[in-house]
Design a protein around this ligand. Structure first.
Ligand code: HPA
Length: 236
């Protein structure tokens, strides 16, 4: 079995998949942390690998950018490949002045301006896309044990990286900590499939101060987030 977007066979993915946006970061995770990593998908360059971390089978595959892309790949992983847990490991722009570059944020929920969450279901209201509590609790405990301070709060998942409006700040007034582009679709798919999801993001740019991480700092900051995700994955 394979899909138009994924050449992997059923059974090629472990029960937990880490999902960075960037295919090269998927490769980096596999090469840096996995034992016996093998490439299970490369359709459209969306590299997916399965290997072991500390003896536990685990997969990593890119989501691409934005909710349509995350929507496709996470839907297929849950519904066609029987994946149980997806942990997004991405980047986000800080909206809250309390956050600094390199900080790590876990999304307890993901508000969104995307139609992905609201328009495809016949809901008489709005879904609140939320993380799985067990995944979140495990990740919070892991971060504490690693001595990493991880903020936990709402993300704002936008369709507009280049936004003509000040929407992100308006969401910030309602408590959203950071803006990214995938968590709401991931959480929605997990809720629909009855599976687990969590988005963890490293702050790569700051909407309030205008600062951005340079390439080298990005790498080290991301390493901490990846370790939180990996150490969480082996406890599931
Ligand atoms: N906006 C949207 N998505 C992002 C950003 C941002 O500023 N930074 C990282 N992902």
């Amino acid at each position: 079995m394979s899909t138009a977007q994924n050449s992997a066979e059923k059974g090629d993915f472990a029960k937990t998949v880490l999902m960075p946006g960037d295919p090269l970061r998927s490769k980096f995770v596999a090469e840096t942390y996995f034992t016996d990593a093998r490439l299970v998908n490369d359709v459209r360059g969306i590299q997916g690998y399965t290997g072991t971390y500390k003896g536990v089978p685990i997969s990593v595959m890119a989501s691409g950018m934005g909710m349509p892309s995350m929507g496709i790949y996470s839907y297929e992983l849950y519904n066609f490949y029987d994946v149980e847990n997806i942990i997004r490991i991405g980047t986000a722009g800080a909206i809250s002045p309390k956050l600094k570059l390199r900080d790590i944020v876990a999304g307890i929920g993901a508000s969104t301006n995307s139609s992905y969450t609201s328009n495809q279901f016949a809901l008489k209201g709005h879904l609140a896309p939320t993380a799985d509590f067990h995944l979140l609790e495990t990740a919070v405990n892991v971060a504490r044990e690693l001595g990493v301070e991880m903020a936990v709060g709402n993300l704002y998942s936008t369709d507009h990286f280049y936004d003509a409006s000040s929407a992100a700040f308006e969401w910030g007034k309602l408590g959203s900590l950071a803006v990214e582009m995938e968590a709401a679709a991931l959480y929605t798919n997990a809720l629909q499939a009855g599976r687990r999801a969590l988005a963890i993001c490293t702050i790569s740019d700051h909407l309030v101060t205008g600062e951005e991480l340079d390439a080298l700092t990005r790498q080290t900051a991301f390493t901490q987030m990846m370790e939180i995700a990996l150490e969480t994955a082996i406890l599931l």
